[in-house]
Design a protein. Structure first.
Length: 312
């Protein structure tokens, strides 16, 4: 898909997407609820004060309106007792009204296996992402990971995992950004009952790129709150999330003459409002404070997003 969409084209796609989403949902309502297939469709709009692409440290230094389209299909290949194996394909497209060079298209294929050993849940997964930027091949990402989880107290669930990620860029001029990343993480889920929970997590990452100036040690801490609220619908869910990300790079960055250091705070507030059958409206506000001695990564800004989604 090329990146030369005008505002009228975006509005036309939005109208078609909304009509199609409602039509598909109405048709599926007459289907078999026990179908092994899981389907998801979402159409949304966003305004972001500062358009960026983190993978290449690109920053437009201006805002734009964005049309967001996504879908996914998945199924269980195996589901017996405590053991399951599933596969999933997903697609995502962003279309910017003015900054079309930032249009992203992502195709993802993933598979996940789960089993239980005693009281411990064990999982392993693999994901491949093919990403296009402004209609051109951009990058490929392979991710493989394993995790365990168990109830450590009456209302406290702990997970721990390891992940290996490798990325490669199609543009030879970006080959120094080809990188491998090893990560380990742990999360605690405090189950408060009646749909309420608090989550906390920590991740440590080591990325090794083609040059030391793009290799780093990273640390990520996050916390989240989930609450059911009575807003429009009784099943409305409110989520509040915070993430702190800390990166220290290994080599001198030639653009700034010193080692790069990034510190980023991200705040999110989300409402998930169900309506009709299998439909939901999602509203999100995000605020980012990104501090860095690399100018293109030093910024702050907010984004607002609204979408309608359907699951079956």
């Amino acid at each position: 898909m090329t990146g030369d969409f005008m505002a009228s084209d975006i509005l036309m796609v939005l109208r078609i997407g909304l009509v199609g989403l409602l039509a598909v949902g109405q048709t599926a309502a007459y289907g078999d609820d026990d179908s092994p297939l899981e389907l998801e469709l979402e159409v949304g709009a966003e305004y972001d004060e500062n358009i960026t692409i983190d993978a290449i440290d690109s920053n437009a230094r201006q805002g734009d309106s964005i049309l967001r389209l996504s879908g996914a299909i998945g199924t269980d290949i195996l589901n017996k007792d405590d053991t399951s194996l599933s596969v999933r394909y997903s697609i995502f497209q962003s279309l910017h009204q003015d900054l079309t060079d930032f249009d992203l298209q992502l195709h993802g294929f993933s598979t996940r296996g789960n089993t239980k050993v005693g009281k411990v849940n064990v999982g392993v997964d693999y994901r491949y992402d093919y990403i296009r930027l402004a209609g051109d091949d951009f990058m490929d990402v392979h991710t493989v990971g394993t995790d365990i989880g168990w109830l450590v107290a009456a209302k406290t669930y702990l997970t721990a995992g390891y992940e290996f990620r490798t990325q490669s860029f199609d543009d030879p001029t970006r080959s120094e950004r080809n990188a491998d990343r090893h990560s380990a993480d742990a999360k605690l889920f405090f189950l408060l009952g009646q749909g309420r929970n608090i989550t906390t997590g920590y991740k440590v990452s080591r990325q090794t790129a083609g040059v030391d100036s793009l290799s780093y040690w990273g640390h990520t801490a996050d916390a989240g709150l989930k609450l059911p609220v009575k807003l429009i619908a009784d099943e409305t869910v409110f989520r509040l999330r915070y993430q702190y990300r800390h990166k220290d790079y290994s080599g001198i960055d030639p653009d700034i003459g010193e080692k790069r250091a990034d510190r980023r705070h991200t705040f999110r507030a989300i409402f998930e409002i169900p309506f009709a059958e299998k439909f939901a409206v999602n509203l999100e506000y995000k605020y980012v404070i990104s501090n860095s001695n690399l100018p293109s990564v030093d910024y702050d800004g907010s984004a607002v997003r609204a979408s309608i989604g359907w699951t079956f």
